[in-house]
Design a protein around this ligand. Structure first.
Ligand code: UDX
Length: 437
């Protein structure tokens, strides 16, 4: 099939490459010339495991091209909208500028019987509004909503073998013509067993924000338990293991620590609350305010624990932060709790060095005032305290004896509860975890 993908960021670039891998002829379109130049040379403009290899593989087949020319959509029968919907400045609501601009720019090139597929995370009601615009331009064209659930760091696998497809169509009917078309696009994963659900447009839009709200709630739940464990002298990691053995609860997404960040969960729960308010259903989501508050409290808690770790004062203390990305296997620093904590420590007088295997360039753009050091040895050398804030494998595997020999004082705070406290304490370290005695 001939496919266009509009927006080549974390979502669109991966989607374009994966659609070509599934055998389709794909053109990726973006307004950012630099990004298009990189992708055209089979280089990923951001770090995502496996993406660069995939770009090289599919570009050799001639099935994947990139351009800044929106006119290229005229050659395709299906158009995926993959642009971002960040949080509006100074407001909780989603900024729809990029979605609206993409659709407006695409409409004049829309061919009869083509299908526009929304993948971006949007406030419920957007699809209905855009669907009217598409119908006014081409009465035989359709707009459907097909939310994306990929996780950064696993984006290629999540796109090629997702755990479900959701198709939102105007009438919610399996007989809608776009259903067969999307089945053809995804025929490989569907024949490999990926289930798919057909819903109406608002349900499909809500599935995405509901899923992210649930995940955020799960993380904040365990972080609230961490607060209690700290007060009661209990261990949240053992508590999570024990409650997670109940199939109805499950152990995934019950890792207590410095909380969630990234380009999705924080802004999605806020945009969801804002939209619920517009719909007169704000009471239904007041719990998300608490989810957000618990999450943000984790960051302040780490600053306080670091102060305690440094004998009550941060002034002049040399603190090394391990990890800047919002999660491992990503260079994304959008709303990264690790970077936010690093910046707060620095503001309170600590001398902070941040290290990360992939995210330092993005981090330096976001917080130029922090000191960055790529080499782990150099970053750790002479530090008064270590903070493990993003659980990259290389930090999980640190040896307390090796690390201790280059530090001024052996103090560590494990913000992700991934280290073995006994091992570090036995090596002479003062060790603090989150939600652990
Ligand atoms: C999320 C959703 O998982 C994905 O389905 C959606 O499409 C986009 O948003 P992503 O933001 O890539 O994906 O990362 P995710 O793995 O969900 O992690 C989000 C944040 O939660 C990270 O900061 C992570 O460190 C944190 N987290 C995750 C925890 O603090 N504890 C956990 O147990 C799990």
């Amino acid at each position: 099939m001939r496919i266009s993908v509009i927006g080549c960021g974390y979502l669109g670039a991966v989607h374009a490459a994966c659609m070509a891998k599934l055998g389709h002829d794909v053109v990726g379109i973006d307004v950012d010339e630099m990004k298009i130049a990189e992708l055209s040379a089979a280089r990923a403009p951001f770090y995502e495991p496996g993406l660069e290899e995939l770009l090289m593989e599919v570009q050799k087949t001639g099935r994947l091209k990139f351009t800044t020319d929106m006119g290229a959509v005229a050659e395709s029968e299906i158009h995926f909208i993959c642009v971002g919907t960040p949080q509006k400045k100074g407001e909780n609501a989603a900024d729809m500028t990029y979605v609206d601009a993409a659709v407006t720019a695409m409409l004049p090139h829309l061919q009869p019987h083509s299908v526009v597929v929304g993948k971006s995370t949007v406030p419920v009601g957007t699809a209905g509004r855009l669907s009217d615009l598409v119908a006014q331009q081409q009465s035989s064209a359709h707009l459907v909503w097909n939310p994306e659930f990929l996780r950064e760091g696993h984006a290629v696998a999540d796109t090629l073998q997702p755990d479900r497809f959701v198709y939102g169509v105007f009438d919610g009917s399996e007989d809608h013509p776009a259903v067969a078309l999307l089945d053809a696009v995804y025929s490989k994963p569907i024949s490999a067993g990926t289930p798919r659900l057909v819903t109406d447009l608002p349900t499909a839009e809500l599935v995405k924000v509901a899923a992210n709200s649930f995940l955020a709630t799960k993380i904040s739940f365990i972080n609230a338990m961490a607060e209690l464990c700290e007060a009661a002298g209990a261990d949240v990691t053992r508590l999570a293991d024990a409650i997670g053995m109940d199939d109805r609860i499950g152990r995934k997404f019950l890792n207590a620590g410095i909380g969630f960040g990234g380009g999705c969960l924080p802004k999605d729960i806020r945009a969801f609350m804002a939209r619920a308010g517009e719909l007169g259903a704000d009471q239904a989501l007041t719990f998300l305010r608490e989810v957000d508050a618990i999450n943000m409290r984790r960051r302040s808690r780490v600053v306080e624990l670091t102060r305690e770790l440094c004998d009550g004062s941060l002034l002049g203390r040399r603190i090394t932060v391990l990890g800047a990305a919002f999660k491992p296997e990503s260079d994304d620093v959008r709303d990264s709790p690790a970077l936010s904590i690093a910046a707060q420590l620095q503001l309170q007088g600590a001398v902070v060095t941040v290290t990360d295997p992939k995210a330092l360039a993005n981090a330096a753009r976001r917080f130029p005032e922090l000191h960055y050091e790529r080499q782990l040895d150099a970053a750790i050398s002479g530090a008064d305290a270590l903070l493990l804030l993003t659980e990259w494998n290389e930090y999980r595997e640190l040896d307390p004896h090796d690390v201790g020999s280059v530090m001024v004082s052996q103090r560590i705070l494990d913000g992700r509860n991934v280290l073995d406290p006994e091992k570090w304490r036995a090596a002479g370290w003062t060790f603090r975890g989150l939600g652990r005695a």
